[in-house]
Design a protein around this ligand. Sequence first.
Ligand SMILES: NC(=O)c1ccc[n+]([C@@H]2O[C@H](COP(=O)([O-])OP(=O)(O)OC[C@H]3O[C@@H](n4cnc5c(N)ncnc54)[C@H](O)[C@@H]3O)[C@@H](O)[C@H]2O)c1
Length: 397
Amino acid sequence: MEKIRVGVIGLGARGDYLVDLLLTMDDILVTAVCDVYQDRVDRNAEKVEKAQGQKPLGATDYRELIAAKACDAAVVVTGWEKHVEIGIALMEAGIAVGMEVGGAYSVADCWSLIEAYERTGTPFMFLENCNYGRYELLVLNMVEMGLFGDVVHCSGGYMHDLRTEVLYGRENRHYRLKNYLERNCHNYPTHDLGPIAQVMKLGRGNRILYLTSMASSAKGLNDFAVLHENVDPALRTAHFAQGDVVVTSMMCENGSTITLKLDTTLPRPYSRGFTVEGTRGMYQEDGNFVYLDTDFTEADHFDWKKNWDNADKYLEKYEHPVWKKFLNDGVRGGHGGMDYLVYDDFFMALREGRPMPIDVYDAALLMSITPLSAESIKGNSRTVEVPDFFAGRNQKK
Ligand SMILES: NC(=O)c1ccc[n+]([C@@H]2O[C@H](COP(=O)([O-])OP(=O)(O)OC[C@H]3O[C@@H](n4cnc5c(N)ncnc54)[C@H](O)[C@@H]3O)[C@@H](O)[C@H]2O)c1
């Protein structure tokens, strides 16, 4: 079987790690690496040559990679600002796109991704790894088996203390700092909304009609800068536009509701807070528990802590088939294996010529929450309509 020739565009923290991951995959070859920084290109080109015995194309401009026809597929792992521009250029060139996660800068950008896909028919996959998380898929499986009854509410968040990542942005040449200085929105909605979209069948018979967002004040980054002398002193008093906590509520066509939380600049442990509530049961990531009407009664409602982590018991019965196979074959890759699963699914879909599991329409919806939340926050939590990106799904392959 011919190996898929893959290019990696963006070789920062994530891209550097992804090159290592891709080098462990049997059915692909890394044939191009690209970053605006030459040192990052050189480092990754060396790694690839060492592992594959052949030097890949090294480029500081993604257009070189396109002109050289160096790959069949490319993964876009740059900062968020460049995702849409590079994704469209790749589609125009007939190079299949795997796009890393992040929010869009405008709703028009989301439509332009769809337009480019429909115009070119080039495969496009949004690499939302959390859709492949073990517990996210357990819950999806249980929902599809009807165990939760009708799902009426889901919540989630991107709750990750990123104060160091943001504040050392200049030293680490990282894109987040500029974003936190200039934007106020749910800037990273896809890890939380992606798995919820699967459960709620968004774009597959259901859709979000409108949303409203609210942002707290921005105090966490300044305070951290004051307390840590190695942080650039200018950031102690810099004006950060990004509120510390952004809460977004959404209404779906089928009457179900969703709430999302961005919480990245205050002290806290990591969580995506994935929670699914139906008429017959629920799952909650914080505490990692399942509650089914069939298994518990009102007598269990208080003293509930003893049931934390009971989701593991449900894995025995309801493990998703994707994870059953993965455990059998041997779990690989970072983030508990979901990175490997999402990349593997992308390459398998490409090889088999089947529709992308998380397609350009899904990407447009997930990415649009960022500019829509910004608009709502700016308008004092004004209700903002969410476009129906799915009308054209599968119009053209
Ligand atoms: N799925 C996940 O779990 C996960 C985890 C981390 C990051 N990410 C995503 O990966 C992406 C990168 O994140 P990161 O933390 O590695 O950021 P980073 O700032 O460390 O790296 C981004 C890299 O892109 C390069 N770049 C910028 N513009 C470019 C261009 N025009 N052409 C080529 N290279 C360019 C930068 O020089 C930098 O090296 C983001 O979209 C982020 O959301 C996803």
